[in-house]
Structure formats: C-alpha cells, structure tokens
Design a protein around this ligand. Sequence first.
Ligand code: ADP
Ligand code: ZN
Length: 671
Amino acid sequence: MGNYKFANIVINRPIKGPFTYSIPESIKDDLDVGSVVEVSFGNKIVIGYVIGLSDKCDIENIKPINSIIDKNLRLVPDILELTKWISDYYYSSWGEAISAAVPGVLKKSVSGKRSRKEKHEEDAAEFEFIDGSDTHLTPNEEQQDALDFIMSSMDAKSHKVFLLHGVTGSGKTEVYLQSIAHALKLGLSSIILVPEISLTPQTVARFKSRFKDKIAILHSRLLGSKRASEWHRISSGEAQIVIGARSAIFAPVRNLGLIVVDEEHETSYKQEDAPRYNARDVAIKRAEISKAIVILGSATPSLESFYAAKNGKFILIELSERIDSRLLPAVDIVDMREEMTRAKKIPIFSQKLREWIEKDISEKKQVILFLNRRGFSTFINCRKCGYVIKCKRCSVSLTYHFDKKKLTCHHCNFNMEPPEICPECNEAYLKYWGLGTEKVESELNRFFPQASIARMDTDSTHKRGSHDKVLLKFKNGHIDIIIGTQMIAKGLDFPKVTLVGVISADTALNLPDFRAAERTFNLLTQVAGRAGRSDLGGRVIIQSYTPQHYSIQAAKTHDYNTFYDKEISLRKELFLPPFCHMVSLTIRGRKEERVFKVSDDLKASLEEEIKSKDIDILGPAPAPISKMKGMYRWNIFLRAKAAEDITSILKKALNRSKSSGIIITVDVDPS
Ligand code: ADP
Ligand code: ZN
C-alpha cells in the first residue's frame, strides 16, 4: 500500500458518510481499501469499512483509526461495488449495506470468544440426510438443450440471466448440478441460493454428495468461529461452491462464474431490515458486475421474472415434463360452503378428505396436511358483548396455544393466561374460534386414534434438530400423518406420501396484499408437489370457501400459464408491478397524532418535489397491522414507471422529514 495518510470510512449506522480518519503508523502496512476497522464516532466505538484512501485532507482535528479488526478479513472490490449499488437502490447507508454483507463474521472477531451456548450448539451432532447420487445423470433432451445454452454462455464469459421454468421433478436441480460442474471445470466458482437451508435438507444433501468438500454451507445457525472459518475457506478459494440462504449472495468467492437462485419466487429472499434487499435482484446485480451467469429456477416463477423472460430481458428455458413422465397428482377442490350446509357447523375436514385419509393410512401410505396458521384457536371473543381479546401492543387478536395453555401474540410474542371471564363485561361467555395447526392435530387424534400423528410448525420444531428428527421418523414410516405450516411446503420428497390435504386455501387469499393471488397459487402448487412422487400415485384435496377463484382453479390443473395470463392482465390494468416500480414507506411512532402529522407532511413534501413528473402517491393510510409493538404505523406508496423517477425526489423529501420519535422505513419492491 502506498503512502496514504487518511482513510474514507463508512459505518454501520443510517448515516451517509463517508467520514475521514487518519491512519496511525502502526497499522499502515495492514490497511487497505476493504479493511474492517474500529473507529470512534461521537462518543461510541463503531465498526467502519474503508472505502477509499487519500494523502490529503482539508479538515482539521482528524481522529485516528483505533484498530484493524481482522487483518485477514478484507472486502473485495466486487462486494464494495455491489453494496454501493444496494445502498443507492434500497435507500440505506453504504455502511449498513456492507454490514448486511458480512453478517456474523465480525461478531466473533469483535468479542474474541464464544459463548457457552454457542459452543454447545456447534458441538451438537448435526443430523443430515445422506441422499442423492454422486455422479452425473445422463441429461434428457430438454435438460441437454438447457445445459448447452448455459454452458456456452459460461464459456463466452458473458453475463446472462436464465429463467428455468419447470414443475417439481422436471430435473431443474440436475441442471444446476451439471452447470456448477462445468463452472468448476473452467475454474469458476458458484453460489447457490436456497430459500432456507434447514427447510431443504434433501436439496442440500444432493449438492453435498455431488461436490463433497469443495462445498461450503452457510447456515443461518452457523455461529461465530464456524461461520468465520467457512468464510475463510471460501475467500481462500478452497471451497469453490457456496450454498446458503439470502446472505450467501455476499460470499467472498473468487472468480464467480455462476449464481443459482432456486425457488426464485420465494419471499424469504427479501430481507426485512435495512437494507431491505431482495437476494434475487442482488444476485443479478452481482453477476452483472462479475460477468457471471444467473439461473433462476422455479415451478411458479414470480410475475416479475416471467414477465422479464417474455420480454427478452431474461432467457426462458422450459422443462415441460417430469423426468419419469409421471403424471402430476390429481387435484380435487372441495367447496366448504356446501360442507358447512351439510354438516350444520364449520367442519375442519370435509367428508372427502376424511375418507381419503382413512383409506390411505389403512393401506400404510402417508398423508401430509397443510394449514398456514399456528396455534389452537386464532380468535377469542365474548358472545355477550362482542369484545375481542387483542394484544395491547399490536392491533391483532391473540392466538390460544394449547401446549402452553397461553394466549400469544404472533407479532411481539406477548403472552398471558387465558381469562375465564370477559375482561370487558365480566361474563363467562368467551368463545374460541379460528383454526390453527394445534387444533387440527387434536382433531386428527380424535378422528384417527389408530394413526401416528406429528405436527411441524415453529412451535413444535423450536429445538435444534427436532425438525430433522421428525422428517427422519416420517421417512422411516413411523409417522402416518404430518400436519404443518409452510415449513412443510418446500422441497420434501417422500415416495410414500400419496395424499396431501390443504385445510384452508383461503388463508393467504384474504390478505390485503396485491400478491395474495400469486402467493396462493404458489403455495398450493408447492404443497401439491409433495404428493405422488412414486408409482403409488397421488392425490391432492384442497378445501376452500372461494373455490372458483382463478388462483385455486389454476392450481387444480397445475397450469402456470393460465394463471400468469390472468394475473398479468390484472396487474397491467391496476398499474401494479411489474408494470410499475413501487416503493412503500412506513411511518412509525408511539404517538398516533405525530405519526399522522409526519405522514401528512411527508406526502406534502413529496407532492412539492414531484411537480410535473409521472409519479403516483397513494396514502397516507393506516398499515394493515396499524399498531405493532406499541408503535402506530402508517403507509405511503409511491408508483412510477422506473426506479430512477422516484430516487432523487424521495431522498430530498426524506431529508426534510427527519422528526424525533418517528421512524420512517423505505421498502423498495415490497413483497
Ligand atoms: P426438480 O429440481 O425440477 O424438482 P430434480 O432435478 O430433483 O427435479 O429431478 C427429479 C428426480 O429425477 C430426481 O430424483 C433426480 O435424481 C431425477 N433425475 C433428474 N434428471 C435425471 C436424468 N437426466 N436421468 C435420470 N434421473 C434424473
Ligand atoms: Zn403483540
């Protein structure tokens, strides 16, 4: 490194920067652009990232850098460029974006030692599926066409985005595996993103058995030193293949050649905190910087990606059949309105679903039931005065959990003893309504006392390893029926599962969200894919109170294209993504009037800035959950043809809206 005296540094705070610090003689030889350092900022010590060096500085009384955190940890130029883009596109500070790119790695370096808990968790033996073949399968014609296309782009080192569309079992994963192998042959590294590592053990096992110790797995539960050592294996080039969830997109691989985003439509790719990035879009940007190939894979691509593929921005590759030409399972939709009339109450299982469960378990086949709501009863009210028991900090009703005999808030975890009498009118007429997985489990036990039943949701799989244990028992045939939340919708492949039942298809459909139909179609398709994975065949039964809805009808026939055509024309008509660029603002605070006032002022300053530009402002309006953790929440939505139309206007308006006690968050491309 040259003779620089000063460093430009950004920090992990929502403050723009960069800030200038002087470089002490003692660390001069180890410091460079990309170094991670400790600096004092105000009266605090914070982590900073060196983004530039200079030999002069006009400011006086410059503070020195305190120390370098880890000499071996240095951000490569690619990652610096990528995080800069993230900070611009997603309205975060550059320092926040860099911090998101090096999660967990620094924690250990800063504190220097591991907690007892950390050590214990690492020592616990990790249960893994050993699955999959370690040699390539001979590609079928469609796979070969896909591979020819992908490999020749890789040979040419030209950046391209492929959208690989094919139903589950059509051989997408085999295409990923052979593309990665080709990258290896060219000396290039690969990153594979999966929605959530712990929910896709079988997929991970297939990568592992094919590539063995060339692979590094970035697990969200990898802690401290283990995470740091995986990080070093990657940056040293020892591991050329990285598999992981969202944040693995920042893995410090060298010579990146390929990024695979499996199940690219998944909402778990979106980060909930600043910077609110979507790992799929970051993947495309990173590949563009490194001139690498991207493969986005899905049975139900996001509307955005399929639209881009239809318009030539991405290259569409279709795998039109299942590998073994096995038919997709038959799907029956049961109209629950009729069931209700017949049963004269709100039934949990339709007659049809009950009969099929009975039949299949008597033949020693297996059943998966799906309901995307935890708990026992999801709604408690007083039949006398109508009072609903709600969380005091959030504007949502509390859920009764039978296991713990508690009422719980699913947003802030507040819990309390269930009252015996109504807190409002003191009468003993409290009634428990609404259906969660715990209730379904108990009803299953009542209806099918001979069956072995397991529940899988975040309540039942809290303990590390318990998730895998249930799956292993299921695999070995010790469980007949699994009832679970969306945790069981993904990636599971069990040949003896012949029946999948969806207890209520309407849960996601009723959410106030423009993606409700898309979510419903995706989820139903994904859940249905768990059935009929062997010669035993399969059947899916979907219960719904709105059976005629196009998202449910299209799921019945496994028909993505019909769903897409209908949905995309609605999006166009309503000027929703992908036809507009959308930014959602949330204004939060403890005082309702202040939140409203700031929201109103923010809208006014936006309107002032906009003038002639073609931008829509919707709101302010209370957020769907209008109070959370004691904070009132209002939303403003901005829509424009292109992202650039909004950027400068929004930045100016936000700068003017700084207000104490109020937090404004910006969510670009909200999901
Ligand atoms: P997807 O990722 O689309 O669900 P997979 O790649 O997992 O599909 O393939 C489905 C099944 O077919 C897997 O068991 C896989 O091992 C097998 N398979 C994939 N490609 C081939 C092939 N070319 N020849 C034989 N079997 C294959
Ligand atoms: Zn709450």
